[in-house]
Design a protein around this ligand. Structure first.
Ligand code: S3P
Length: 429
């Protein structure tokens, strides 16, 4: 699919529903004892995999447009399915679901997915779940298919080796069925949607610095969840608005939880114009997921440096930081982001090779990249390599380029943002 240089972007767009929160709402809905109503569930490939997975485990799922009602099985009553659970391309489902399955005493489950999922490491969740008392096996000890046999779980004190919200969430879900208080310590703050939703569901959970403490629970009492717009999807529109000359956009209903707005703070530091009421960093855990409209305008950018503590707060948007860096004055550097090599694709080499082919002065480092702004991008062809965020970055690059960009594999966007091309076209007209 070709994306020609845009004259300017204007108008209003509503960000699609949040993928991370939709996954969690479906999983906690399946773990709850009473029906849970989810308003504005994301209907995209990844989150459909989650609905199918919880159905295979015995939950009843009723879809009425954007509203999904889940009648769960309760914390300890997931059914053992006859076949392997297919997680498709969804890394979040692959890492979170085993936390619940680990607590299903005497029942066995297999998780498998597409070829990209088969290259995503699961040893990071296998280690804590084994320590808690589940049996976990993976191909070569590290990759899916993943087998989990539930057990009677012990509470543990777990220190995460990487700041990963997926691993943290997996341990928190298993902790609900453990025999006491579990603590999880992360090296840096990462997205906290699981913690907020557990608090809302009546679980005793608290945070002190980078350490979480969660008590076991008899049941989850969730009632309803309202899913905000996805800041990671909105980020593509923000980048397009900032980069295409003459643009002025309004992006409505974006989730602005502090642990998800690292990219917006980076854009502001680069002197990009993004107005909106972002949540401040809070010491205490809150259950609310705040939303705001974002008002974006084109303007000149300055280079910036992103260091390790900021990485988990902008992890899925770092390809866009590279793209902005191509248009900024000076050298933009991202460090401490080696986790990018373990995403749907190796996003360090994908972004560096992809943008270089479009005219960028960019180089990879072991844990990130450095890009020197050279007045923008010429254009050319970029291969999404089956990665939704690479595909959408290529499209935005095309609108901001001087000669246009052809994206190979644009259909990958359906994983998180099925209406992406239409939304972009609506703003460009
Ligand atoms: C996610 C956490 C992040 C992120 C992924 C979604 C989540 O992964 O990259 O797209 O919903 O918890 P890690 O926790 O592995 O960094």
């Amino acid at each position: 699919m070709r994306f020609e240089p845009a004259r300017s972007l204007s108008g209003e767009v509503r960000a699609p529903a949040d993928k991370s929160i939709s996954h969690r709402a479906a999983l906690l809905g399946a773990m709850a004892s009473e029906p849970v109503r989810i308003e504005r569930y994301l209907h995209a490939a990844d989150t459909t995999s989650t609905l199918q997975a919880v159905q295979a485990l015995g939950a009843l799922v009723e879809v009425r447009g954007d509203r999904v009602v889940i009648r769960g099985t309760g914390l300890r009553e997931a059914r053992e399915p006859e076949r392997a659970i297919d997680v498709g391309n969804a890394g979040t489902l692959l890492r979170l679901l085993p936390g619940w399955l680990a607590a299903q005493e005497g029942r066995s489950f297999t998780l498998d997915g597409d070829s990209s999922i088969r290259a995503r490491p699961v040893d990071r969740i296998a280690a804590p779940l084994r320590e808690m008392g589940a049996e976990v096996q993976a191909r070569e000890g590290r990759f899916p298919p993943l087998q989990v046999r539930g057990g009677r779980l012990r509470a543990i004190d777990y220190e995460l080796g990487v700041a990963s919200a997926q691993v943290k969430s997996c341990v928190l879900l298993a902790a609900l069925a453990a025999d006491g208080a579990t603590t999880v310590t992360e090296p840096a703050r990462s997205r906290d949607h699981t913690e907020r939703m557990l608090l809302k569901a009546g679980v005793t959970i608290a945070r002190e610095g980078h350490r979480l403490r969660v008590l076991n629970a008899d049941e989850l009492l969730l009632d309803s969840v309202s899913v905000p717009g996805d800041p990671s999807s909105a980020a593509f529109m923000v980048a397009a608005g900032v980069l295409v000359p003459g643009s002025r956009l309004l992006i409505a209903d974006v989730g602005v939880n502090w642990t998800r707005t690292g990219f917006l703070r980076i854009v502001r530091r680069m002197q990009g114009i993004v107005l909106g009421d972002l949540e401040e960093e809070t010491e205490e855990l809150v259950e609310h997921e705040p939303v705001s409209d974002l008002d974006v305008a084109h303007g000149a950018l300055e280079a910036t440096v992103v260091e390790a503590p900021e990485v988990p707060l902008a992890i899925d948007e770092l390809p866009l930081v590279a793209l902005l860096g191509c248009f900024a004055e000076g050298e933009t550097v991202v460090r401490g982001a080696q986790e990018l090599r373990l995403k749907e694709t190796d996003r360090i080499s994908g972004v560096v090779e992809g943008l270089r082919a479009l005219g960028a002065d960019i180089e990879a480092t072991a844990d990130g990249f450095a890009v020197r702004g050279n007045g923008g991008l010429r254009g050319g062809t970029i291969d999404a390599r089956g990665d939704h965020r690479m595909a959408m970055m290529g499209a935005v690059a095309g609108l901001a380029s001087s000669e246009g960009v052809e994206v190979l594999g644009m259909d990958a966007a359906a994983v998180s943002y099925p209406g992406f091309v239409e939304d972009l076209a609506g703003l460009a007209s």
